[in-house]
Ligand binder design. Structure first.
Ligand code: GH3
Ligand code: MG
Ligand code: MG
Ligand code: MG
Length: 300
């Protein structure tokens, strides 16, 4: 009914436990189940990963310890809280579970109200962590990734491309005569314009391996993984066109009578270069050329 409900994955090889836990939690949470470790790992890397995993230990095949170890070793699943729920009640068992990275350890036979209370509090902590993560990575005005996230992503992508010797492209886009836009329409309208431009760019850059970020004031940057010059040029032309097609009136632009962007593109295979600074410099130089050459254009 409510798609905003937090998701809890119950992993247990006993259908009895699954039924009891499922009934107890499904009034508050979106519950899914897995009856073995393999299915649990598949569910967690699926399109709607859980916000918490309730994990049995003794199961045929991959046991709960191993499931937890793999979740915690994978950066994309490491932040999902795991609560062990098990009949292994020795001090050593619990210590091992917590050392593997579980946030909590519940022994069977369990009390339903206590399980619910613990799940609730860890789901809430996870929700607050996610909010903090978004706050630190997303730009407050436009909702797209911010400069901090851009730097982090570019450094990671640079190292990855260096290992695989594949090209990385960078697109830098800057709104034309935006100072005049602010002066003429006011800062609030300027903010709204930035939001609309960001939305248009986000719509164009949709491969999950790419990133579009607000680089600075009225400047945006896109990192395109494994993308050659041709592909990057196409995309750059797409975003230039997308912004022009927004048709946002700009009476004081010296280019046209609506908002446009200038775009610089650079592509590099990392090679010996230690960091992506040169890629940024190149894209920036191309952006400068686009400005010098009359704006509302792509330079590569
Ligand atoms: P050019 O075509 O050469 O890029 O000219 P420009 O006027 O766009 O460039 P300039 O760097 O002179 O001005 C950028 C303007 O962007 C000035 C600044 O007030 C505005 N700006 C930067 N960040 C924001 C913001 O968050 N909101 C609003 N409304 N304006 C912003
Ligand atoms: Mg079991
Ligand atoms: Mg600028
Ligand atoms: Mg500008």
């Amino acid at each position: 009914m409510n798609s905003e409900r937090s998701r809890v994955l119950i992993v247990d090889d006993s259908s009895f436990n699954i039924t009891i836990l499922g009934e107890a939690l499904s009034d508050e949470f979106e519950v899914s189940v897995a009856t073995n470790g393999e299915d649990a790992l598949a569910a967690v890397s699926g399109p709607a990963p859980p916000d918490l995993v309730l994990l049995d230990i003794i199961m045929p095949g991959i046991d709960g310890h191993e499931v937890c170890r793999r979740l915690k070793n994978n950066p994309s699943t490491a932040s999902i809280p795991v609560i062990f729920i098990t009949s292994m009640s020795e001090e050593d068992d619990e210590t091992k579970g917590l050392e593997l990275g579980a946030v909590d350890y519940i022994t069977k036979p369990f009390s339903i109200p206590i399980v619910k209370a613990r799940v609730r509090s860890h789901v809430e902590l996870k929700r607050q962590r996610d909010i903090l993560r978004d706050l630190s990575a997303l730009d407050g005005l436009t909702g797209i990734p911010n400069r901090r996230r851009f730097d982090e992503f570019l450094n990671m992508e640079w190292l990855r491309s260096r290992r695989s010797q594949s090209p990385v492209s960078l697109i830098m886009a800057d709104i034309d005569h935006f100072k005049a836009y602010n002066d003429n329409y006011g800062h609030a309208e300027g903010d709204e314009c930035l939001r609309q431009v960001a939305r248009a760019l986000k719509f164009c850059i949709k491969r999950p391996s790419d990133l579009i970020a607000r680089y600075g004031g009225e400047e945006f940057a896109a990192i395109l993984a494994e993308t050659e010059t041709d592909g990057a040029e196409h995309l750059a032309e797409d975003i230039r066109n997308a912004v022009e097609s927004l048709n946002i009136p700009h009476a004081h632009s010296l280019v046209t009578d609506h908002v446009t962007i200038s775009v610089g593109v650079a592509t590099l295979v990392p090679g010996a270069l230690k960091d992506p600074e040169f890629l940024i410099k190149k894209a920036d130089a191309m952006l400068y050329e686009a400005k010098e050459n009359g704006r509302n254009q792509v330079r590569i």
